[in-house]
Design a protein around this ligand. Structure first.
Ligand SMILES: NC(=O)C1=CN([C@@H]2O[C@H](COP(=O)(O)OP(=O)(O)OC[C@H]3O[C@@H](n4cnc5c(N)ncnc54)[C@H](OP(=O)(O)O)[C@@H]3O)[C@@H](O)[C@H]2O)[C@@H](O)CC1
Ligand SMILES: [K+]
Length: 519
C-alpha cells in the first residue's frame, strides 16, 4: 500500500484537477460518498450522526457525508467551527447544498460545548475538523472540538485522518481525535501509519476517490508493507527445489555468555528457508553450539581460549566464506576491542552480501568510514534506535523524531540497506526507496528478537531475494511470526524462540493469502 505525506496528497489532488480535468468538487463528492458508505456499513444500526466540520475541505467532505446520509434517512446534525461565510470554495458549495436546519455554527469558544446532548444521543460522530491542511499545533475552537469528540461515548469516524495528527509524521500536534475508524483518500497518509497517529485511526481503510492509479504510483512516497505487499514479494518454492538453490549462510556470532544470540540467528535462518547454515563461533563455545544447533553446522574459530573472537579468527572466517552466499555478522559478539576490529576487517574485506547487526553495528559506529571502503556491494544494517543513534552520531531522540529521514540519509550516504527497528520498522535502500513495516506487536519488545530478524533476512538474501526485498519481506515475516504467536499466547511473555519457531507458519500464512490486506 502506498503511503504519502499530506503535502504530496495535495499535489496529487492538484494534478488530478489541473491535468486530468477531474474537478475538486467531484473528488470531494467521491470522498464523501466513500465515507458515507463506510459509515452506513459500520454504524447503520442507529441512524443518528453528529458531524463536526472545520472550515477547510476536510469539513467539505463532512458536508457531502451529511447530505448523503440525510438522503438515506439519517438524522443529521452538523456543527461548523466558524461562521458559514468563512467557508469558501468546494466546501462552501457543499455547505450550500445542505438543509440549513441541520447546521449549527459554533465559531466562538464554548459554543460547541453547549450541544453536549446532541453528542450524547449520536450513534456515530464524524470528525471532519482537520485533514491534510493542518500544519501547526491545533488552535482555539478546533482544540475544544477535539476534546468534545474524544469525551463523547459514541464511536468516532475520522475523515481522511484523525484531526490533530500530522499527516507527514504521525505526531500529535497538541491534541488529536481518537477514532474508531478512518477512511483515508487515494493513498494512506504517513500519519495514519506511523505512531502515535496510527494508533488513533482505529480501523483504517483507503478509499478510491478517482485519482488515477498511475498518478498515485508516480508520486513520491513509501511502501507500507501490509500482507498484500509482502505477499507480492514472496516466491513459492518450485517442486524441484534443492538445498543448493536455497543459499548457504555463514553467521559470525556469539561470545561467552551470548551463545543464545548465535543460536537464534542460525536457527532462524534455518526456519526462514536457508539451504544450509554455518555458524562460526569462538572455539571455546563450540561444544555449546553443537547442542544448541542441530540443522546448522557450527564452525569453531581460534579464540585463544577466551570465548571471544580475536584477530586470529579472520583467516578462518574468510576461508569459511568461500562458497557461501551471504555473511551475517554481529549477534552476541560483545564489545571486546579485538572483536570490533575483526568485524571492521570483515566488513571492509568480504565481497559477499553482508548483514550486520547488534555488536557488529557498534563496531561500525566507531568507524563508519569502513562502510565506504568496502568490497561488498550489498551491506544490510539492522539497528534499533540506540544503535542507529550511535551509527549516525546523533541522539536517540533525534532518531525517533524523524525515523524516515534519518534512515534515508544514512543509507544514501553510506550506500547501505537499512532496517531501522521499532514500532513501524523503517526499511531504506541506498537509492532512496523507503518501506514501512506493518506487522509485529509490542510482545516482540524483548531480547533476542533482533537475532531472529538477522537470521531471517540473511536466509532471504541467501535464497537470492534482491536485498531491498529481502529486508522488506524478512521484516514483515518476522513481525507476522510474532503476530501469530501473540494470537495464540497473547502479547506478554512471547520469547524470541517462540517467534523463531513460528516462522514457517508465517510463511505459510503469507502464501495462503488468508489474511489479505491485514496489517
Ligand atoms: N481537492 C482536494 O484537495 C481534496 C481534498 N479533500 C479533503 O480536503 C482535506 C484537505 O483540505 P484543506 O487543504 O482545505 O485543509 P483542512 O485539513 O480542511 O484544514 C484547513 C483548515 O484548517 C484550519 N487550520 C489549519 N491549521 C490549523 C490549526 N493548527 N488550528 C486550527 N485550525 C487550523 C485552516 O484555517 P486557517 O489557518 O486557514 O485559518 C483551514 O481552514 C483533505 O484532508 C481531505 O479531507 C478531499 O475532499 C478530496 C479532494
Ligand atoms: K479529520
Amino acid at each position: 500500500m502506498k503511503a504519502v505525506t499530506g503535502e504530496t496528497m495535495q499535489q496529487l489532488d492538484r494534478r488530478t484537477i489541473d491535468e486530468l480535468g477531474i474537478s475538486g468538487l467531484i473528488l470531494m463528492e467521491n470522498a464523501g460518498r466513500c465515507c458515507a458508505g463506510a459509515i452506513t456499513a459500520a454504524y447503520g444500526g442507529n441512524k443518528k450522526v453528529v458531524i463536526v466540520a472545520g472550515k477547510g475541505n476536510n469539513g467539505g467532505d463532512g458536508f457531502v457525508i451529511a447530505r448523503l446520509l440525510s438522503g438515506q434517512g439519517w438524522q443529521v446534525r452538523v456543527f461548523i467551527l466558524c461562521s458559514p461565510e468563512e467557508i469558501t470554495g468546494d466546501a462552501a458549495v457543499n455547505l450550500q447544498r445542505l438543509d440549513e436546519a441541520m447546521i449549527t455554527a459554533c465559531p466562538r469558544p464554548g459554543d460547541l460545548a453547549k450541544h453536549g446532548s446532541a453528542f450524547a444521543g449520536a450513534g456515530v460522530i464524524v470528525d471532519a475538523i482537520l485533514g491534510t491542511g493542518l500544519k501547526s499545533e491545533v488552535r482555539g475552537v478546533y482544540a475544544e472540538a477535539i476534546d468534545l469528540v474524544n469525551s463523547a461515548s459514541a464511536p468516532v469516524f475520522a475523515v481522511d485522518i484523525p484531526s490533530g495528527v500530522d499527516s507527514a509524521s504521525g505526531k500529535i500536534l497538541g491534541k488529536a481525535v481518537r477514532a474508531d475508524m478512518t477512511v483515508t483518500f487515494a493513498a494512506a497518509k504517513l500519519g495514519c501509519i506511523l505512531y502515535p497517529g496510527a494508533e488513533l485511526c482505529g480501523t483504517l481503510q483507503v478509499a478510491d476517490i478517482g485519482i488515477p492509479e498511475q498518478v498515485i504510483a508516480d508520486a513520491p512516497g513509501c511502501e507500507f508493507m501490509d500482507h498484500a505487499a509482502a505477499r507480492k514479494l514472496l516466491r513459492p518454492r518450485g517442486r524441484q527445489t534443492h538445498k543448493g538453490q536455497c543459499g548457504h549462510c555463514l553467521i559470525v556470532a556469539g561470545s561467552s555468555g551470548k551463545t543464545g544470540a548465535a543460536a537464534m540467528a542460525a536457527n532462524s535462518a534455518v526456519r526462514a528457508g536457508a539451504g544450509l547454515v554455518t555458524v562460526a563461533v569462538p572455539a571455546l563455545l563450540n561444544p555449546t553450539m553443537e547442542i544448541k544447533t542441530t540443522e546448522a553446522m557450527s564452525l569453531p574459530v581460534p579464540d585463544g581460549g577466551t570465548g571471544f573472537f580475536c584477530g586470529d579468527a579472520f583467516k578462518g572466517i574468510m576461508t569459511a566464506a568461500a562458497g557461501k552466499d551471504v555473511i551475517a555478522v554481529g549477534p552476541g559478539l560483545s564489545f571486546e576491542p579485538e572483536t570490533a576490529d575483526l568485524v571492521r576487517k570483515i566488513v571492509s574485506q568480504a565481497a559477499l552480501p553482508l548483514v550486520v547487526d547488534a555488536d557488529g553495528l557498534n563496531a561500525i559506529a566507531a568507524q563508519p568510514e569502513v562502510l565506504q571502503a568496502r568490497k561488498s556491494s550489498v551491506v544490510i544494517l539492522t539497528p534499533h534506535p540506540g544503535e542507529m543513534a550511535r551509527l549516525a552520531g546523533i541522539t536517540v531522540a533525534d532518531v525517533e523524531g524523524d525515523r524516515i529521514g534519518v534512515a534515508k540519509s544514512f543509507s544514501s550516504r553510506y550506500k547501505v540497506f537499512l532496517i531501522l527497528k521499532g514500532a513501524r520498522t523503517i526499511i531504506a535502500s541506498p537509492d532512496g526507496e523507503i518501506a514501512i513495516n506493518g506487522s509485529g506487536n509490542p510482545g516482540m519488545a524483548s531480547g533476542g528478537m533482533g537475532d531472529v530478524l538477522t537470521g531471517v533476512v540473511t536466509a532471504l538474501v541467501g535464497q537470492g531475494y534482491p536485498p531491498f526485498f529481502a529486508c522488506c519481506l524478512g521484516t514483515f515475516i518476522h513481525g507476522l511470526s510474532g503476530d501469530l504467536v501473540a494470537t495464540e499466547k497473547g502479547e506478554i511473555g512471547i520469547s524470541a524462540v517462540d517467534v523463531q519457531e513460528s516462522l514457517p507458519y508465517a510463511f505459510k500464512t503469507l502464501l495462503s493469502n488468508a489474511m489479505n490486506g491485514s496489517s
